[in-house]
Design a binder for this molecule. Structure first.
Ligand code: 5SP
Length: 215
């Protein structure tokens, strides 16, 4: 099956955000990946609600919101109201993860958990049944344009095996440094959602690049 492609808007030209979103609407991208950074959980600030509202106004594809923020429970309802279809909170930012997952389930969005590169997939063993998507960071979160961490393949294989052993459907999304070279290997390892920022938006032909990732 073809992977779900979710270009990361972080790499887009924010001075031309409408044009960029319209390009994604025309393309074979499935979702639009939205990186929210608070300058605390990660050492960078991306953008917040007004920019997301502007994106949502033009987007015809589901919004996949990745919250790189502390205490995400403060804002998930707002992000849902702004059109989020998937919301991922970070495992490392949630000492009461089970409660966070319940909150997302009650909001009726796809329930996502993001894992930093150092966080072991085994830590999700007892909550996997409550999760729809794991956003596996394949770079340290906070910045686009970083080098893919090779250890990711092994983590994907382990997580896919865990989901199969528990007989639970699970999207495994890879986020960071995704390109045409690692994409097929990630799919083969068990991933089914690919986030790509720089590889798409810095390409000469982003629409063809998205189609290429989709294979
Ligand atoms: O969450 C993040 C970074 O923290 C990612 O979504 C990046 O924005 C992906 O960008 P590239 O690595 O593909 O440039």
């Amino acid at each position: 099956m073809a992977p779900i492609i979710a270009p990361s808007i972080l790499a887009a030209d924010f001075a031309n955000i409408q044009k960029e979103v319209e390009m994604l609407n025309e393309s074979s991208a499935d979702w639009i990946h939205i990186d929210i950074m608070d300058g605390m959980f990660v050492p960078n600030i991306s953008f917040g609600m007004p920019v997301l509202a502007a994106i949502q106004k033009h987007a015809k594809k589901p919004l996949d919101v990745h919250l790189m923020i502390e205490q995400p429970e403060r804002y998930v309802e707002t992000f849902k109201k702004l059109g989020a279809d998937t919301i991922s909170v970070h495992y490392e930012a949630c000492p009461h993860l089970h409660r966070n997952l319940q909150q997302l389930r009650d909001l009726d969005c796809r329930v996502g958990v993001a894992l930093n590169p150092h966080t072991s997939v085994e830590l999700l063993a007892d909550t996997l049944q409550d999760i729809d998507l794991v956003c596996m960071m394949s770079v340290n979160p906070g910045f686009g344009g970083q080098k893919f961490i090779e250890q990711t393949y092994q983590k994907v294989r382990k997580l896919r095996a865990m989901a199969e052993a528990q007989n639970t459907p699970l999207h495994i999304e890879i986020d960071g440094g995704v390109n045409s070279e690692n994409a097929p290997k990630l799919i083969e390892a068990g991933a089914d959602v690919l986030v790509a920022g720089s590889f798409v938006f810095r390409a000469e032909d982003p629409i063809a690049t998205i189609a290429g990732l989709k294979g």
